[in-house]
Design a binder for this molecule. Structure first.
Ligand code: CA2
Length: 151
């Protein structure tokens, strides 16, 4: 039985995944990513709360909420990666492990994408593996929180 919850949170414009710029972000939709995350989490007996918002404060609210309800967070902060002290502060405040995920290799892209406020406080960072990065992040988070693989 799944007794541990993880939050998978997605930042601005990721609702467009699979519908625009497939050369960069691929053809997989965010609904497909949700399904992949649920499958990956299930292997470790974890439940998933999967959400996306285009609003910084909403993401902050969800990170705070995760403290009460989850053992950890997988976060693709998207465009807020390079700007959000508010998200950085929320991650420090909640104290549960947060894994930062980027679909693309942000270090191989424009210079302004290389700096991440989130990386300063994330327990792990994964980028450049496409949407598979989400499942890698879930495996890593599961190991951190002591969720054993089933079967
Ligand atoms: O590679 C990633 O996952 C990013 O977090 C994606 C962000 C970008 O600002 C980061 O530098 C790297 C952009 C998310 C926008 O997603 C879209 C998906 C499909 C079509 C248009 C935008």
């Amino acid at each position: 039985m799944a007794d541990k919850m993880i939050y998978v949170l997605n930042g601005p414009n990721l609702n467009l995944l699979g519908t625009r710029e497939p050369d960069k972000y691929g053809h997989t939709t965010l609904s497909d990513v949700e399904r992949l995350c649920r499958e990956a989490a299930k292997r470790f007996g974890l439940d998933v709360e999967f959400r996306q918002s285009n609003h910084e404060g909403v993401l902050v609210d969800w990170i705070q909420e995760a403290r009460e309800k989850a053992v950890g967070v997988v976060l693709n902060p998207a465009g807020y990666t390079t700007t959000s002290v508010a998200i950085l502060d929320a991650i420090i405040a909640v104290g549960i492990p947060v894994i930062e995920v980027h679909i693309t290799n942000i270090h191989a892209r424009e210079e302004f994408r290389h700096h991440s406020y989130i990386s300063k406080v994330a327990r792990g960072v994964i980028c450049g593996f496409g949407v598979t990065g989400y499942t890698l992040a879930i495996s890593g988070l599961a190991a951190m929180v002591g969720a054993a693989q089933k079967g």
